[in-house]
Unconditional design. Structure first.
Length: 116
C-alpha cells in the first residue's frame, strides 16, 4: 500500500508560479509511473501530467504544455509539479496518483487558486 500526500498548493496571482509536491510513504515510488490530475468545481477530474517509472518520459495535457513540468526524486520518494505562468483556469484541486498499469493510489489533493 502506498500513501500519497500532496502539498504546496495555495493562492497565487495570474502569471505566478507554484511547485506542488507529492510525498509517498509505505512503499517506494520508484516502482510506479506517477501522474498529476486536477478537478475544478463542478467539473470532472482531468489529466495534467505523467512521468514514467524510469523518469525518462513525460506527458502533458495540452492546456499545460510549456508551463508545467513534472519530475520525480526517487531518493526522496517524492514527485513534483512545477507550475509557471499560472492562469485563473488552472484553479482546481490537484491530485497526485501512482501505479503500475493503472493509477491505483491517490492523494487527498491540494487546492490551487489563481486570481486574475
Amino acid at each position: 500500500q502506498v500513501h500519497l500526500v500532496e502539498s504546496g498548493g495555495g493562492l497565487v496571482q495570474a502569471g505566478g508560479s507554484l511547485r506542488l509536491s507529492c510525498a509517498a510513504s509505505g512503499r517506494t515510488l520508484s516502482s510506479y509511473a506517477m501522474g498529476w490530475f486536477r478537478q475544478a468545481p463542478g467539473k470532472a477530474r482531468d489529466f495534467v501530467a505523467r512521468i514514467t517509472q524510469s523518469g525518462g518520459s513525460t506527458y502533458y495535457a495540452e492546456p499545460v504544455k510549456g508551463r508545467f513540468t513534472i519530475s520525480r526524486d526517487d531518493a526522496k520518494n517524492t514527485v513534483y509539479l512545477q507550475m509557471t505562468s499560472l492562469k485563473p483556469e488552472d484553479t482546481a484541486v490537484y491530485y497526485c496518483a501512482g501505479g503500475s498499469r493503472t493509477y491505483d493510489y491517490w492523494g487527498q489533493g491540494t487546492q490551487v487558486t489563481v486570481s486574475s
